[in-house]
Write a protein of this length. Structure first.
Lengths: 352, 288
């Protein structure tokens, strides 16, 4: 190597930098290596042995395929196969193993056949040029020009305009059909079904919550009381409403809360309620650590400090979780003072 | 009393005549004495025995506490400092017997060393000692008591209750503990532990008291029946076989991806190498 490099620098000295000299065929074509025979090419016994192997694999694959059919009927549907710590449905497992092994054996037999028995003489096949010959190009050009002249496309302007109008307007339906992506959400992104006086109830059990039920460190995954009745009317509307209105209610020591100006009466004795929908891309969050008051979104690790107005302390979320102002109704249950004062969930175009 | 009636009955007449002036007083005193000594013989004795057994347990718990717990939690469980103004152990006043039973019963307390999270390990105390410690801490201030056995008894759970437990579990627990209760990572080296092979009592107590960073799910909001359903669901999850035979820890995409990339693609690479490999050649030989 170093010897070659010395040579190269020596030649550079002889030929100072200038136009590159093209050396014809700088690396000699070594041609094909001499063909080497395989043991199966020269020893008929070895070839027979491989033949038996290949046919055995094909036959075994067939038997396994049959076996899977037998297993389908023979093994009870719910029987369990236990193998040390592993356990699974015996019926599924045996059918799967049989079909899987059969497919593998067919592939392996084919490869073994090709590698050991099929002719493996190397041959050279040169590529032809990719472009057409000049004669072909001239022929096609002439034919095209003749076609244009004979069709009268350049001469009969009326037809030409008609054709272009028809083709052009065909693009229109494709644009008009895009309307079905709508309708536009309107104000629905700004509103949830929370409203003044709506009770805060447990998600799943729908029980209303009294402030005295909650102790410091508590987390409640909650929903508005007017959500559950929607389920009977329309499953779609119910899911849409739930996706926006889900909240988490926590109780934090009042001395540890840093209340934002204007939100002094939004909590009840340290009970705070925030939207459960992450402001990044809208995953529901309830991974709450009572020691740090942090709630973490499992999707992209956005972290919000619920004791500090749900301020973003980590991650890609751009704005705090919206807070729902709480109050207590005449029967002593937690209710919303109003709906959310800002849109819940991820940012959108009009909101900025 | 009329003389006429007395004269009608000789016996009453006799007894009335013999009665001493202070006889009534003597009878009264005698009666009081009898009732008093009977009361002293039964009720007060039991009360004294109860009180002394409980105070003995608290006393024993206090002794255990001052040996095993006070270095971090303070001599009166008021919470301790490590000398640099930092909290070494939180105050245990008002945490209740349930918190002690959970922390000591799962071996988390006494902690070996402070860290991001105190791990579960073999308990260092016997059940009697745990009860004594719990009695001592419970005597400091009211707090959640150790739940009664029937509140976490899942032997009679119906399929419907298990299903409801699953709904509650998915809403309240999966965020941290994974969809199959296998636990998961939390920020700064903390983690939510696996819920497999945990005593139902300890699962109940964890929900009740909110150990470490776990939030509290009080009995008023997450009622005992809800908690029991969740425990029944976890039990059913643990009993469930993996349909594929191998659950890969039921951790979802992480272990499944690792398996797919290493084992699955590894096997494919192995087969590709075999397909491309040159077989044994007979050097210099010629075909016949």
């Amino acid at each position: 190597m170093s010897h070659d490099m010395e040579k190269a620098t020596a030649s550079e000295k002889e030929h100072p930098p200038g136009p590159v000299q093209v050396v014809a065929d700088p690396i000699q074509d070594p041609g094909l290596e001499p063909h080497e025979y395989r043991i199966t090419d020269i020893d008929p016994k070895a070839a027979d042995r491989v033949e038996r192997q290949v046919s055995a694999m094909f036959t075994l694959a067939g038997l396994l395929a049959l076996g899977s059919c037998v297993a389908y009927f023979a093994i009870p549907r719910h029987s369990v196969l236990e193998f040390g710590p592993l356990a699974g449905n015996a019926n599924n497992m045996v059918i799967g193993l049989c079909i899987g092994l059969a497919l593998f054996l067919i592939g392996a037999a084919a490869i073994q056949w090709a590698k050991k028995l099929m002719v493996d003489e190397e041959i050279v096949e040169y590529r032809h040029a990719a472009h057409s010959s000049p004669e072909q190009i001239a022929d096609i050009t002439d034919a095209f020009k003749q076609g244009v002249a004979e069709s009268g496309f350049t001469r009969r302007k009326l037809i030409r305009r008609g054709l272009l109008t028809g083709l052009g307007l065909l693009g229109l339906p494709a644009i008009v059909l895009l309307r079905d992506l709508g309708p536009l959400p309107g104000r629905s992104l700004y509103n949830t079904i929370w409203a003044k006086g709506v009770r805060v109830v447990n998600d799943v059990t729908d029980r209303p919550i009294k402030p005295s039920d909650m102790i410091v460190g508590q987390l409640v995954n909650a929903a508005p009381a007017n959500l559950a009745p929607m389920q009977e009317e329309s499953a779609v509307e119910y899911q849409n409403a739930k996706a926006k209105a889900a909240v988490i209610v926590v109780r934090i020591k009042p001395s540890e809360i840093r209340t934002k100006p204007g939100r002094e009466n939004w909590g009840v004795d340290g009970i705070l309620c925030y939207s459960k929908i992450c402001t990044h891309v809208g995953c529901p969050i309830s991974l709450y650590e009572q020691t740090t008051h942090h709630v973490l979104c499992p999707c992209h690790q956005s972290t919000f400090d619920l004791a500090d107005g749900a301020k973003v302390v980590f991650g890609p979320a751009a704005r705090p979780l919206p807070q729902l102002p709480l109050a207590v109704d005449s029967e002593g249950y937690l209710v919303a003072q109003s709906g959310f004062t800002e849109p819940v969930g991820p940012s959108f175009w009009e909101r900025g | 009393m009329s003389e006429k009636r007395l004269s009608l009955s000789p016996a009453r007449f006799l007894s009335a005549r013999r009665r001493h002036r202070s006889a009534g007083l003597v009878v009264l005193l005698f009666g009081l004495l009898a009732v008093g000594s009977a009361y002293a013989a039964f009720a007060p004795d039991n009360a004294v025995a109860d009180n002394s057994a409980q105070s003995q347990q608290i006393e024993e718990g206090k002794k255990l506490f001052s040996v095993g717990c006070a270095s971090c939690h303070g001599l009166s469980a008021e919470g301790g400092g490590n000398g640099e103004g930092k909290m070494a152990g939180p105050s245990l006043i008002g945490v209740g017997a349930a918190a002690v039973d959970f922390q000591v019963g799962t071996g988390r307390m006494p902690a070996m060393q402070p860290g991001a999270q105190i791990p579960r390990k073999t308990p260092a105390y016997t059940q009697a000692e745990i009860e004594a410690l719990a009695a001592y801490v419970a005597s400091l201030a009211p707090g959640p008591a150790v739940p009664a056995q029937d509140s976490y008894d899942i032997s009679k759970a119906t399929d419907e209750q298990v299903t409801r437990g699953g709904e509650l579990f998915r809403t309240n627990c999966t965020a941290c503990h994974n969809f199959a209760g296998r636990g998961g990572a939390l920020p700064n080296g903390k983690y939510a532990p696996s819920l497999m092979n945990v005593d139902p009592k300890h699962i109940y107590e964890a929900m009740l008291t909110g150990p470490q960073q776990m939030p509290v799910f009080s009995d008023q909001v997450m009622q005992p029946q809800d908690k029991r359903d969740i425990i029944a669901y976890l039990h059913a999850l643990q009993q469930q076989k993996d349909p594929g035979g191998f659950g890969l820890g039921r951790l979802g995409p992480v272990s499944e991806g690792l398996w797919g990339w290493l084992v699955g693609i590894g096997l494919l690479v192995g087969v590709a190498v075999w397909i491309g490999a040159k077989g044994v050649k007979a050097k210099g030989a010629k075909a016949e």
